[in-house]
Ligand binder design. Structure first.
Ligand code: F6P
Length: 553
């Protein structure tokens, strides 16, 4: 049934009202084909949204809403390298980073893939020369210990991928050890340097802007540590590599030209792990694994670009998220990977989705006409079952959950993987069906002394069920499937942004805190008074922090 574009919002609102008044149990009972209608496959992946509070009719109207938002045009514009980041007048080039060899992406008359390929070749050389011990530090020792210094997109993506892919086999093969330092808290770098040998430590300083205060402070401290510990007269430059689009600033820091890997202005931090920002991945796992990650992402790109909206997996998942946030009013979204290797995924997705779509204005600056990205949080299963799942089953805030389950273990141990997968499926089932009064009464009747005690015992144990979830089953977690998974989330984030009508590629809100920190830094250091405009609460806190800081000495 085609609906006039003007009537789409009213139609979606009415469908949301009806579905909110229905239980998931009723939806399954009413429609024997529900699971089939709301299950989608991509290669051997399975995506089941049948436990979401949606039906095929609503999904069909959402597809029409996507068409009305001109989604296909936006998708093509993304892959064509158009200047979609309007507020910064920049193209959006993360898909160009993994474009097939025969493809060109032209921006202002220049094929940007040429420099991207050249940079990848340099990455491969650097990774090989460090891994095989050819690259040596100032004292002639091979560089075996990598410290990646960066924050936000210059940390979260490579850290997630290193964590996910670097199994015991890498350590056995003598791959360099990689650690990530992001926080300006001195504890982070101090702990990372710990017992490390300065003579074999390589700092990879990753900062698109090369102005980020946390990263520069850590890089300076790293340099001082080297200068303190290396024998006098040795040049620390061989212990640094920079990844940045601000080559001048990296050079000014003292990094040699041959050790500065460029990144394109059009690659946003949170979309940058496919660029030289992923150097630490190649250092840890080897360049071929990094290339497989890109291949996996590219496979998802092809699906996203070529598949009609109604069968397009990132689009369908985005439509469900948009439906939950905008039309059902969920202010939160929970992601639970049943994979220890993906323990950093929620943090990565927080930046990807919240920095991208945590916006209140449309592309033209007008206010948005409803909620945008919900808060996102989560943790791995099964650990989270013993933490926040109680809240999911019996708390007062119904919140959709997303389960991500690689079915085959990379390193099997007894029946542990079966236990893991079974738990994921059982939790989604428990959220759906809950536990009702009848079965509790039968179980508890003989154990309770009075009717009041029985009633209270039943109520304490009752799980309402009727709580929504999405299930994503993938065969296993390897470089290819991880690349595809991360590309899937990038595209989904983009589609949600198109549906909201916002620019998903700027992050002006982050700038305010950075600006306001400057006078506070000066005041805490006793170098300047706070400007008169500073509010009384902040002023009093600064004074108190100064007193506490000086009391330490
Ligand atoms: O958090 C804001 C932000 O600008 C992110 O978008 C970016 O990933 C991060 O800071 C780090 O920026 P840079 O790579 O320039 O140091």
């Amino acid at each position: 049934m085609r609906i006039a574009t003007d009537s789409l919002p009213a139609e979606l609102a009415e469908r949301a009202r009806r579905l909110r008044a229905t239980t998931l149990h009723e939806l399954f009972a009413r429609d024997a084909a529900r699971t089939d209608a709301l299950t989608f496959d991509w290669n051997d992946w399975r995506i089941d949204v049948s436990k979401e509070r949606i039906d095929a009719g609503a999904l069909g109207v959402l597809v029409q809403a996507a068409e009305a938002a001109n989604l296909s045009h936006w998708i093509h514009a993304l892959f064509a390298g158009e200047k979609l980041n309007l507020s910064e007048h920049r193209p959006v080039l993360h898909t160009a980073l993994r474009a097939p060899p025969s493809t060109s992406v032209t921006v202002d008359g220049v094929d940007v893939t040429i420099e991207m390929r050249a940079t990848r070749a340099r990455m491969a050389d650097i990774a090989d020369s460090v891994r095989d011990g050819r690259r040596k530090g100032a004292t002639g020792r091979p560089l075996r210990s990598i410290v990646n210094i960066g924050i936000g997109g210059s940390d979260l993506g490579p850290r997630l991928v290193c964590d996910a892919l670097a199994g015991p086999e890498h350590a056995r093969r003598g791959a360099p050890d990689v650690t990530f330092v992001s926080n300006v808290d001195p504890e982070h770098l101090t702990r990372a340097l710990g017992e490390r040998d300065p003579a074999s430590t390589l700092f990879v300083v990753v900062s698109k802007t090369f102005t980020t205060q946390e990263t520069l402070a850590n890089a300076r401290s790293g340099r001082e540590w080297l200068m303190r510990h290396l024998p006098p007269g040795h040049d620390v430059a061989s212990h640094f590599i920079a990844v940045s689009s601000n080559v001048e600033a990296a050079r000014a820091f003292g990094i040699r030209d041959a050790d500065i890997l460029p990144m394109a202005e059009g690659v946003g931090g949170r979309y940058s792990l496919w660029s030289a920002v992923g150097l630490s991945i190649a250092l840890r796992t080897g360049y071929p694994t990094f290339a497989e990650l890109l291949d996996g992402a590219q496979a998802m790109d092809t699906h996203f670009l070529m598949t009609p909206l109604a069968r397009n997996v990132p689009v369908l998942l985005a439509l469900v998220s948009y439906w939950n946030a905008r039309w059902l009013g969920h202010a939160q979204r929970i992601v639970v990977p049943y994979a220890q290797a993906l323990s950093r995924l929620p943090a990565y997705l927080q930046q990807l989705q919240l920095e991208s779509n945590g916006k209140s204005v449309l592309r033209d600056g007008a206010p948005v006409d409803g909620p945008t990205a919900p808060a996102l949080w989560g943790d791995v299963g099964t650990d989270s079952q013993h933490a926040f799942f109680q809240w999911l089953h019996q708390g007062t805030h119904e919140t959709p959950v997303e389960f991500i389950v690689p079915v085959r273990a990379r390193h099997p141990l007894g029946d542990q993987q079966t236990l893991l997968v079974a738990n994921a499926l059982a939790q989604a089932q428990a959220l759906l069906v809950g536990r009702g009064e009848a079965s509790l009464r039968a179980e508890l009747e003989s154990q309770c002394a009075s009717q009041a005690e029985l009633d209270a015992a039943i109520e304490a144990r009752r799980c309402p069920g009727n709580r929504a979830s999405t299930m994503l089953l993938l065969p296993t977690l390897d470089a290819r499937s991880l690349g595809a998974l991360l590309a899937l989330y990038e595209h989904r984030t983009f589609v949600e942004g198109v549906l909201y009508g916002i620019n998903s590629f700027d992050q002006w809100g982050v700038e305010l805190g950075k600006t306001l920190a400057k006078p506070i830094v000066a005041a805490l250091a006793g170098e300047a008074k706070l400007p008169a405009s500073v509010d009384p609460s902040t002023r009093a806190l600064v004074e108190h922090a100064r007193r506490l800081a000086s009391a330490q000495h």
